[in-house]
Design a protein around this ligand. Structure first.
Ligand code: FO1
Length: 307
């Protein structure tokens, strides 16, 4: 089986990631995770896309929200509210333990990669979860209300402000995580999961040298837009506000410089003809793990064409 790198961020990415992890051994599959959503909150260093993937691969994720853990209690948050603390970013009691533990490790000088590895190991995860960089990159959203940090835009403002563009603070001086660099050098194929192209995938793609590396490796992407809509999150709204039609074709165009194949949902199969890149249509709506496994198998079968 070829060694694969899956690029992921957010909820849609984590779902396909679970399918891929069910099909490929840890020696054949690693995950490159977006860290642009990371922020410091209440003194905690929070990495939401790493956590969504970690919880999903450990099978302890909250499948309703796509973030945080299942079976949470909210004592910390309600006590914080009593004290007049900031409760707009909801932290469950078990989730809080992970943020505290990661923050402790980082404050002791561990890298984000080392902290992520330590947590994944404790949760029994065997596939490498590798942050895109160990240097900080912060996604800033330029909106009609000025520039907002990502979590401020996404959670506090509920993605309501109209978006004009994005900035990835720190991207110029951040380097591709070394283990990730090694994995890319040795891998035969890359799958860009159905994450938000603009805020969950672009930060990784904009790291120095990444696009050049991807151009040399067979790469496919799965559309996060189905029938003009994103199943979760603001991707379609962002596209419209950026003056881009919220369609699978637009996503193919966005990635066209370095993908060899594109996967769209069967709801959009007619548009396959208007996409220049080799395209397959299949079910990309993942409601169950078996949906995720089927999509993973279809992606791997499709990727084989380019190996
Ligand atoms: N998303 C929300 O919409 N509301 C929240 O209160 C919230 C809390 C939260 C806590 C931990 C965590 O890892 C993720 C959390 N998210 C929340 C999701 C987060 O905003 C992510 O950035 C999104 O998943 C988009 O990638």
């Amino acid at each position: 089986m070829p060694r694969i790198l899956a690029i992921t961020g957010g909820v849609g990415g984590a779902k396909l990631a679970s399918g891929l992890a069910s099909v490929l051994d840890p020696s054949d599959l690693a995950f490159a995770v977006n860290t642009g959503d990371d922020f410091e909150h209440l003194g905690l260093k929070i990495s939401p896309d790493i956590d969504s993937l970690t919880y999903a691969l450990a099978g302890i994720n909250n499948t309703e929200t796509g973030w945080g853990r299942e079976g949470e209690s909210w004592n910390f948050l309600s006590a914080l509210k009593e004290l007049g603390g900031d409760t707009w970013f909801q932290l469950g009691d078990k989730d809080l333990a992970l943020h505290l533990h990661r923050t402790t490790m980082l404050n002791k000088g561990k890298t984000l990669t080392e902290a992520t590895e330590a947590i994944a190991a404790k949760l029994g995860i065997r596939h490498p979860i590798i942050p895109m960089s160990d240097q900080p990159v912060s996604t800033l959203v330029d909106t009609c209300d000025g520039e907002l940090s990502f979590q401020n835009y996404f959670v506090k403002e509920k993605c309501e402000p109209e978006v004009n563009g994005f900035r990835f603070q720190g991207i110029e001086s951040a380097s591709l995580q070394a283990k990730l660099d090694q994995w890319i050098e040795g891998c035969q194929g890359i799958i860009i999961c159905p994450s938000n192209p603009y805020v969950s995938v672009d930060p990784f793609l904009k790291l120095n040298g990444v696009k050049e590396k991807l151009a040399k490796i067979p790469t496919i992407a799965v559309s996060p837009i189905i029938g003009g809509r994103a199943l979760k999150g603001p991707a379609a709204k962002m596209m419209r506000e950026l003056g881009i039609s919220s369609s699978a074709e637009s996503v193919a165009e966005h990635y066209s410089a370095f993908i060899d194949g594109f996967v769209i949902d069967e709801a959009d199969k007619e548009s396959a003809n208007s996409i220049k890149i080799p395209t397959i249509s299949t079910n990309t709506v993942m409601l169950t793990l078996s949906d995720s496994i089927s999509l993973a198998e279809n992606c791997l079968g499709f990727l084989e064409r380019f190996l």
